[in-house]
Design a protein around this ligand. Structure first.
Ligand code: CA2
Length: 156
C-alpha cells in the first residue's frame, strides 16, 4: 500500500512528565487548563488548519523516546513539550534527530524567567522553533507554524 503523504499523517504532540497534572497545581505558573483542555483546543485548531493530531503524554523517558521513534514513519511533524526532560534528556534529543521531521518545542511557562537549570534545553538543539511563556496558546501557534510547511510540501 502507498505510504501516507505528509498531509495525511498526523502531527505528533508529545507531552512529558507531570503535564498530566495540569490544572491541579501551580496554576500561577502553568495556567488553569488541564491537559485534556489543551488536547481539545489542539484538535479544534488542527481541524481548522486541515491537519490531524496524535496527542500523547508520558511520565517515562523511554516511552517518550518510543513515541518519537514511531513518529518517523507515522507522523508528519512533532510538537514537543518534554517537561523536565527538556533540560536533561540526551535520549530525547537523539530520538528527535533520528526522526528527521520538523520539530517545534513548546513550554507553557517562560523557562528563561525561571531557575537557571531551566534555561538550557537539549530539545532546542533539534527544534526548528521554540515557543515558551504563552501558556497553552503555544501549542496552537506551533500547529499554525507547521501547517503551511506540511500542506505545501505534500509528497503525494
Ligand atoms: O513550562 C513548561 O511547559 C515546562 O515544560 C513544564 C515542566 C518544567 O519542568 C519545564 O521546565 C517547563 C513541568 C511540568 C510540570 O507540570 C505540572 C503541572 C501541574 C502541577 C505541577 C507541575
Amino acid at each position: 500500500m502507498a505510504s501516507k503523504s505528509a498531509k495525511q499523517r498526523p502531527v505528533l504532540i508529545v507531552n512529558g512528565p507531570n503535564l498530566n497534572m495540569l490544572g491541579a497545581r501551580q496554576p500561577e505558573i502553568y495556567g488553569k487548563e488541564t491537559l485534556a483542555d489543551i488536547e481539545r483546543a489542539c484538535r479544534a485548531a488542527a481541524k481548522e488548519l486541515g491537519l490531524t493530531v496524535d496527542f500523547r503524554q508520558s511520565n517515562k523517558e523511554g516511552e517518550l523516546v518510543d513515541f518519537i521513534q514511531a513518529a518517523r514513519s507515522a507522523n508528519s511533524a512533532i510538537v514537543i513539550n518534554a517537561g523536565a526532560y527538556t533540560h536533561t534528556s540526551v535520549a530525547i534529543l537523539d530520538a528527535l534527530n533520528v526522526a528527521e521531521l520538523p520539530v517545534i518545542e513548546v513550554h507553557l511557562s517562560n523557562i528563561f524567567r525561571r531557575e537557571s537549570f531551566r534555561h538550557h534545553s537539549y530539545v532546542s538543539l533539534a527544534a526548528q522553533g521554540v515557543i515558551c511563556g504563552l501558556g497553552s496558546q503555544g501549542y496552537l501557534l506551533a500547529l499554525r507554524a507547521l501547517a503551511p510547511q506540511l500542506l505545501g510540501k505534500s509528497k503525494k
